[in-house]
Ligand binder design. Structure first.
Ligand SMILES: C[S@@+](CC[C@H](N)C(=O)[O-])C[C@H]1O[C@@H](n2cnc3c(N)ncnc32)[C@H](O)[C@@H]1O
Length: 282
């Protein structure tokens, strides 16, 4: 198997994917309003053929399927076997027949030519080793005039659930930050960089809009379980801590609990968030 995107495949088809499946409801509660904001930009009509990039457990794919039913089709592509398995199970449970899911690396695998009339992603486009290659591949799979819309995170400084956690880690372990723009939830935090990727991939009418909203993380979980879940669902954070001792991990968890506690209420963790809503046309 190819070495390209191997770290991401290992995370999303390994422990990371398993925890995303286990915590699917909580992740959907957190991310749904942000995904909806991006999806509404597409103005989907019945009968469209839609691509959901990095679809994960398929919540967004199945929502799209309902919006474009009965004549439309949606395809969710992802590299995570456990998340795709969950997505297929949900489609069966909900008797949705116009959604299909395939294990495809959007950067390296063949996605066909001029197939889709629209493409969407909820936080599934920031993990490519070569984003231009990935977006060229996406572009090739779209018909001329098709719309693209996705949501991605702005900088950690505007997303305290990340910046407070990193501060907590750095009190105990001196870890180098991952190289800027390397695959991670924050790879697309610079809007000029996102714009340049889309330009190089032959997209037109590129629009990038800042979006701020409160997010509810790990609804229904205790504060300490929320912190532990947070470590497991984030590929960069998991990677940072993988060589830490048990003692260091305990100290980091306790320090993060203290930092997160002002944001904890009966609903769970409530944090301000900042994302980019990105749209473009082929
Ligand atoms: C942060 S998760 C978001 C999942 C889902 N869109 C959601 O909102 O719940 C990122 C997703 O991108 C997928 N992904 C990462 N690299 C990919 C690649 N090269 N091709 C396809 N999917 C990829 C991961 O497996 C993971 O499911």
């Amino acid at each position: 198997m190819s070495e390209v995107n191997k770290n991401q495949r290992d995370f999303w088809s390994g422990k990371g994917g398993d925890i995303w499946v286990e915590r699917q409801n909580a992740m959907d509660t957190m991310l749904s309003p942000l995904g909806e904001a991006a999806l509404n930009k597409l103005n989907l009509n019945e009968g469209e053929n839609v691509l959901d990039i990095g679809c994960g457990c398929g919540h967004t794919t199945l929502n799209i399927a309902k919006r474009i039913s009965p004549d439309g089709q949606v395809t969710g592509l992802d590299i995570s076997e456990p998340m795709l398995k969950r997505a297929k199970e949900s489609a069966n449970e909900m008797s949705i027949s116009n959604a299909s899911f395939n294990c495809v690396d959007v950067q390296t695998d063949d996605m066909g030519e001029e197939v889709y009339s629209a493409a969407f992603s909820r936080f599934g486009v920031m993990f490519f080793e070569d984003p231009v290659a990935a977006f060229c591949n996406i572009n090739k799979s779209l018909i001329t005039g098709a719309s693209l819309s996705f949501v991605c995170w702005q900088s950690p400084a505007l997303n305290p659930w990340q910046s407070l956690f990193i501060e907590a880690v750095k009190k105990y372990v001196d870890l180098p930050s991952p190289p800027p723009r390397s695959p991670s939830p924050f790879a697309f935090m610079e809007s000029e960089y996102v714009s340049s990727i889309l330009e190089e991939s032959n997209f037109q009418n590129i629009m990038i809009e800042g979006h701020e909203a409160e997010v509810n993380m790990f609804s229904g979980r205790s504060l300490s379980d929320s912190v532990k879940d947070y470590i497991s669902i984030n590929p960069v954070v998991s990677g940072m801590l993988k060589d830490s001792t048990e003692q260091e991990k305990t100290e980091i968890i306790n320090s993060a609990i203290e930092a997160f506690s002002p944001y904890y209420s009966a609903k769970g963790l409530m944090f301000p968030s900042a994302t980019w809503l990105v749209t473009a046309i082929k």
